[in-house]
Design a protein around this ligand. Structure first.
Ligand code: ADP
Ligand code: MG
Length: 233
């Protein structure tokens, strides 16, 4: 990825429109979004259900493409990428955290965290060291050999955060990561994300409609009906 420009913002969306079609219905999910994600920032995307948060995350995560407008990752227009290049970037530059954790139930905590490294052929000794570091960082070093079903929801999300960070991505995308958690646990998980974001220098973009959580974020972007309504902090 020699063409990536390290001076450019991490991610830049400009004039982005996205429409879904369901039979006869045309659903304008994004109607001209301009958004910059800076390196290492914790950015919250808020807004009511249906306002376009997940659509933006899917574009930032190179899971979907815009109808019009540009999406640049480190200065590179993502439309110019081949499907293989998009897959490699998703694998190496991006991490994902989901509402329902998406852990592999038959794997231990350590195996879940290790899996992204295993897939890319990092040697075993280095993998062991990095998995131990990540588990320590999320406070789960004593649960390495447990299976996800032995953990609480908050602990499972900590495993998912460790898994998202193990490849040292530049951007972690989290869609409603605390929606399955009680409010106290949600607060702790967001605090962990904030701490890991700043410690590891990875940017986080977190979609949440829990306005209490946005206090911990560096910047808050409010969406309404597929448009940015305001940016605070
Ligand atoms: P949010 O995450 O803020 O709830 P979404 O980005 O999921 O919002 O959705 C924005 C709009 O696009 C909504 O009107 C939603 O119903 C619609 N939408 C999202 N995904 C699809 C899809 N796959 N097919 C059709 N409509 C969709
Ligand atoms: Mg959503």
């Amino acid at each position: 990825m020699s063409r990536l420009n390290t001076q450019a913002p991490l991610m830049h969306l400009q004039g982005v429109h996205k429409t879904y079609r369901l039979g006869q219905h045309v659903i304008p999910a994004l109607q001209g979004v301009d958004l910059t994600v800076q390196r290492g920032e914790l950015l919250a995307l808020t807004g009511p259900s249906g306002s376009g948060k997940s659509t933006i995350l899917n574009l930032c995560g190179l899971i979907d493409a815009a109808d019009t407008g540009t999406i640049a990752l480190e200065g590179q227009d993502t439309r110019a990428l081949t499907e293989d290049q998009r897959t490699l970037l998703r694998r190496d530059a991006l991490g994902f955290v989901f509402q329902n954790f998406n852990l592999v139930p038959v794997m231990t905590v350590a195996e879940n965290v290790d899996y992204p490294l295993f897939l890319t052929g990092v040697r075993a000794a280095e993998r062991r060291e990095r998995v131990a570091q990540q588990l320590q960082a999320v406070g789960l070093q004593d649960h390495a050999q447990h299976r996800p079903d032995a953990l609480s929801g908050g602990q499972r999300q900590r495993v998912a955060i460790a898994r998202a960070l193990i490849k040292r991505p530049r951007l972690v995308i989290a869609d409603e990561p605390t929606a399955s958690l009680d409010s106290h646990t949600a607060d702790q998980v967001l605090e962990l994300m904030r701490e890991r974001c700043h410690a590891q220098g990875a940017a986080f973009v977190i979609a949440t409609h829990d306005s209490r959580l946005t206090r911990r974020c560096d910047r808050v972007v409010a969406l309404l009906d597929g448009r940015i309504e305001g940016v605070s902090k």
